[in-house]
Design a protein around this ligand. Sequence first.
Ligand code: COA
Ligand code: AMP
Length: 634
Amino acid sequence: MTSETAATGTGAYKAAHERSLADPEGFWREAAAAIDWDVEPPQVLDRSDAPYYRWFTGGRLNTCWNALDRHVEAGHGDRLALVYDSPVTGTAASFTYTELLDAVARFAGVLRDLGVEKGDRVLVYMPMVPEAVVAMLATARLGAVHSVVFGGFAPHELAIRIDDATPKVVVSASCGIEPGRVVEYKPMLDKALEQAEHKPTATVILQRPQAVAEMGANDHDWAELAATADPAGCVMVDAIDPLYVLYTSGTTGKPKGIVRDNGGHAVALAWSMANVYGIGPGDVFWAASDVGWVVGHSYIVYAPLLTGATTVVYEGKPVGTPDASAFWRVIATYGVKALFTAPTAIRAIKKEDPSAALREGHDLSSLQTLFLAGERLDPDTYHWASDILGIPVIDNWWQTETGWPIAANPRGLEPLPIKPGSPSVVMPGYDVRVLDERGLPVPAGQEGNISIRLPLPPGTLPTLWNDDKRYVDSYLSVFTGYYATGDGGYIDEDGYVFVMGRTDDVINVAGHRLSTGAMEAVVATHPAVAECAVIGVHDALKGQVPRAFVVLKSGADVDPGVLEKEVVKAVRDEIGPVAALKSVVVVPALPKTRSGKILRRTMRGIADGRPEAPPSTIDDISVLDVLRPLLQGD
Ligand code: COA
Ligand code: AMP
């Protein structure tokens, strides 16, 4: 263990964790006191429809009220709720709680005038601008359900989500800004709407000066509508009503619609903000992520505002806007107390400015903690960040499905010693076990499938959108009585969790979760490709990058360079630039099981330099011999 963070030894963490499992009702009822309820929940944990456990059934609340109105009512309207910093446009802005509430209530009026009612879906496809946060909170204000789609996804992926969520209204912007280019969102939205079977009744477009969108008959200008709309009040909902659906990659091409409810979510996030992140009212918290990902939902939007803190909305990259000093400037400018980002962002800074010389001249004295999540925190990145900042660097492990950390170092509750390579200990409410392939617990230190005993705590997914069966099949049927995280790893003798990587076909590219299955489906459409496997291979900056291994159809006469260009373009066009497929390797054959299934796991193991399962046939041995240097090479 490192010495810079000595344990306080209060025992508060251990006591909280034990109590949360022995007396979940008592533990979470107490935590629920941090939330304003219209009707106090008569019940805490509802087991009546297990394995569909529900929290706070019968309670009524509004999440937007809890994030905004109550702080204003309590006299904190002048406190900063949101600061927006956009080096890519050269602009900045800030909103007090009163100002943010006004903007949200007015936009809720816009949505209401367009027919949005409780339970309707509103799809948000926007860059990192304050209006994205406004659209989310306005939807919540009406008791409607938002579904935010990350701007780096292409029209086809957007269309899939439109058809699954069937939104009444889509809210978007004319463009986003990526380093060196303006990304026009409106033509992509138009294409997605053309492809989708579901037709929303209206779209609202935020016009940005960098690219003004052409408007169609169904398109409304945000500014015009907001100028005349009457503000809307909060619509109370049941605790178990959905607040949002966020799509995430599964093993197949069809994304999973993770459902988040209102009550459990508010309680869990408020608890985590104080106890895990050590953030209270008035503190400045910066989650440098994107509202399109779960980190953005939980820790750019909801948790800081539920807490009465100030959130930073940053539009830009950690490097290149203008250089690798961007993060240090933002911390110093706004007095950020805790920064939360993905390790890849730190690696990007380290690559550009290895000695952190650009940190000089920025007063970082406000920064107390750096939180990192979204992918494995490699020890090199951990040590570099710790050394240059001289503050605790805290890994935390969780997923879109859980909405808040499964394992972390609870800085607010009791700072524990840090072990590099581990996101530390299991958070209250989670009963984590490591299981072997038969579902039996393995001894401390031995790797297996990281699983969570049911019920999951508040704030985690109650099911998948419109697909209870897939929820059970994907997560609950792997090991009876457990939720399967899809991650492999071990727990050591001190109870520290070590997450080594996914056990399925999900990969993590620059902190972005992607499905290799979805990419394979696109690669396979190339006329010269007979079969293919897409594998995540190690990348020094992005953690993993996808690489396609393709077997050509017999007689296919195609130049490998041309093939690569065409396949990379197809993946970019169909899934989005964020899929970042960079190389396509032609191979004579792919290793398979006797029944013809491609041995992706074995290939992944070789790529990661981890022990591989014995091949099933002699043929596989020779196939693997050919593949090995290709899998392990750059
Ligand atoms: N809209 C349109 N395009 C987008 C986009 C968006 N919202 N987000 C990313 N893209 C594009 C990028 O421009 C890039 O395109 P390119 O191949 O033409 O250059 C491509 O998608 C891949 O993007 P990304 O994976 O972000 O790589 P990058 O090289 O642009 O930046 C990092 C690398 C590490 C700097 C960047 O990923 C980062 O800042 N990560 C921080 C962590 C984070 O946000 N994690 C999310 C969960 S915590
Ligand atoms: P997402 O749903 O996009 O948040 O991605 C969740 C996945 O990212 C997890 O299942 C892990 O595979 C990976 N992940 C997230 N945080 C960590 C972490 N701290 N350490 C290791 N892997 C992580």
